[in-house]
Design a protein around this ligand. Structure first.
Ligand code: 5GP
Ligand code: ZN
Length: 126
């Protein structure tokens, strides 16, 4: 069936969501890239010289809430991370891409975001 209604509470446009607000420029951030699908901005508490968050404009709370039809969105996020890594000069030395998912991973903002982290040698994953 086409036109499936998205009726999960977590996926509804969220007026209170910080990253929805940043994507809509209703909250401040340093945006480094935007298009109709994704927005990328500098993390407010960077853990490395390059620390960018890549988010979809669509509100999806966690990767657990991802649906099959969101695959293009995830592709766009990873593709943008690859391109930004090149533009920010970390593609040759390498970088880390991270999705934190819910409590055990320490997800603190409930709007999916891909961390692009680089510019120094990173420690091993805990
Ligand atoms: P999480 O732990 O949910 O994967 O990561 C959330 C990230 O969002 C953290 O790295 C945190 O520093 C960042 N963050 C939290 N609030 C803000 C904000 O208001 N602006 C920006 N640019 N980043 C934020
Ligand atoms: Zn949101």
């Amino acid at each position: 069936m086409t036109g499936k209604i998205d009726n999960t509470i977590s996926n509804k446009a969220n007026e209170q969501c910080l990253f929805c607000k940043i994507a809509a420029k209703r909250a401040p951030s340093t945006i480094v890239y935007e298009d109709d699908l994704v927005v990328a901005f500098n993390d407010i508490r960077p853990i490395a010289p390059v620390h960018v968050l890549i988010v979809p404009r669509k509100h999806i709370a966690t990767l657990v809430d991802l649906e099959e039809q969101d695959d293009r969105l995830i592709g766009a996020m990873v593709w943008r991370a690859k391109r930004l890594a090149e533009q920010l000069g970390v593609a040759m030395t390498g970088y880390r891409l991270v999705f934190n998912v819910r409590q055990h991973a320490g997800q603190i903002v409930d709007h999916i975001h891909l961390h692009l982290i680089g510019g120094k040698k990173l420690g091993s994953m805990a």
